[in-house]
Write a protein that binds this ligand. Structure first.
Ligand code: ZN
Length: 169
């Protein structure tokens, strides 16, 4: 099932999510639906708050469906270490058509649980490190525009307000 994606402005995107506690068949179904929703939107990551669920759960696939080995489920993830810096254009499915140069660490190590509740630790560099940070931000109620320059952030907010007023958001 493909969920509608919640856009910037909705409260669920700016509140920390609740921990995932039940690793059962409902969670497996939800994760499958999150992958389907993410692929339908051509995204590399999707967090549960983006489909309106205040849960610490996210899916990532930096191959965008090309390589099943790249599929990652992060339940209750934490960043345990990071190093370096990269600055690249970043976007978000909850802010469609807006992109901005966003600083992120170059390498990030996360600790998380998979869909079965199994704990794992994983290090990502480049785009994967960026995706880890972006998704974990979502679970903490943060969006990428909080990391961009103030002028850029205000310009995006202004455009969103304008579109909302016109009923286009
Ligand atoms: Zn996002």
């Amino acid at each position: 099932m493909i969920y509608p994606i919640v856009k910037y402005g909705r409260e669920v995107l700016e509140k920390p999510g609740n921990p995932v506690v039940d690793f059962n068949s409902d969670l497996e179904k939800l994760v499958a639906d999150m992958f389907e929703t993410m692929y339908a939107a051509n995204g590399v990551g999707l967090a549960a708050p983006q489909i309106g669920l205040p849960l610490r759960l996210s899916v990532i696939d930096t191959s965008v469906g090309e390589d099943p080995r790249q599929k990652l489920v992060l339940a209750n993830p934490l960043i345990v270490s990071m190093e370096g810096e990269q600055v690249q254009e970043e976007g978000c499915l909850s802010l469609p058509d807006f992109r901005a140069k966003t600083p992120r660490p170059e390498r990030v190590t996360v600790q998380a649980q998979d869909v079965h509740g199994q704990e794992f630790t994983m290090t990502g560099a480049g785009l994967l490190a960026r995706a880890f940070c972006h998704e974990i931000d979502h679970l903490n109620g943060k969006l990428f525009i909080q990391h961009v320059g103030r002028l850029k952030r205000e310009s995006i907010k202004r455009k969103v307000r304008k579109m909302a007023k016109a009923g286009e958001w």
